[in-house]
Design a protein around this ligand. Structure first.
Ligand code: GTP
Ligand code: MG
Length: 136
């Protein structure tokens, strides 16, 4: 079995989409192993998004992630890292495939950062690193 870190970002929580996101995760057969609702701290976000430090969207991204509460979940299941990324859809919500979380529930809102509802770890190394950050 495998674990991944899923975040429902501030746009998803503010729009009342948390239940739908968690329902899709459970409907696909994955298990919620841990779950919390919190306001992220800047230090957590800078660590979480370390790979994007120095990019033009880094500061707007951190600001967006500080704009409201987020839901953090540890999700478990065989090949859950790939499986959740597939469920989430591609980064840009406007063009993410229908049937995915981002494709069905997201779109562009005229902001400097993609408000794309969810985050999912992209590798086993990222997953363990990110779970350590959010569930320290
Ligand atoms: P996550 O699951 O959130 O990590 O999304 P991702 O893996 O699809 O994207 P990535 O890790 O490359 O980027 C993290 C987040 O930064 C994205 O989810 C977007 O919110 C934002 N982002 C990424 N690339 C861009 C970009 O080129 N421009 C802008 N404005 N925002 C971006
Ligand atoms: Mg990413």
């Amino acid at each position: 079995t495998e674990r991944t870190l899923v975040l429902v970002k501030p746009d998803g929580v503010a729009r009342g989409l948390t239940g739908q996101v968690l329902a899709r995760i459970e409907a696909k057969g994955y298990r919620l192993a841990d779950l919390r609702l919190l306001h992220a701290e800047r230090a957590v976000l800078e660590e979480h998004y370390a790979e994007h430090r120095g990019k033009p969207f880094f500061e707007p991204l951190v600001q967006f992630m500080l704009s409201g509460p987020v839901v953090a979940a540890v999700v478990e299941g065989d090949r859950v890292i790939e499986g959740f990324r597939s469920l989430a859809g591609t980064t840009e919500p406007t063009t993410a495939a229908p049937g995915t979380i981002r494709g069905d529930l997201g779109r562009d809102w005229g902001q400097k950062v993609q408000q794309n509802i969810v985050h999912g770890s992209d590798s086993p190394e990222s997953a363990e690193r990110e779970i350590g950050i959010w569930f320290a």
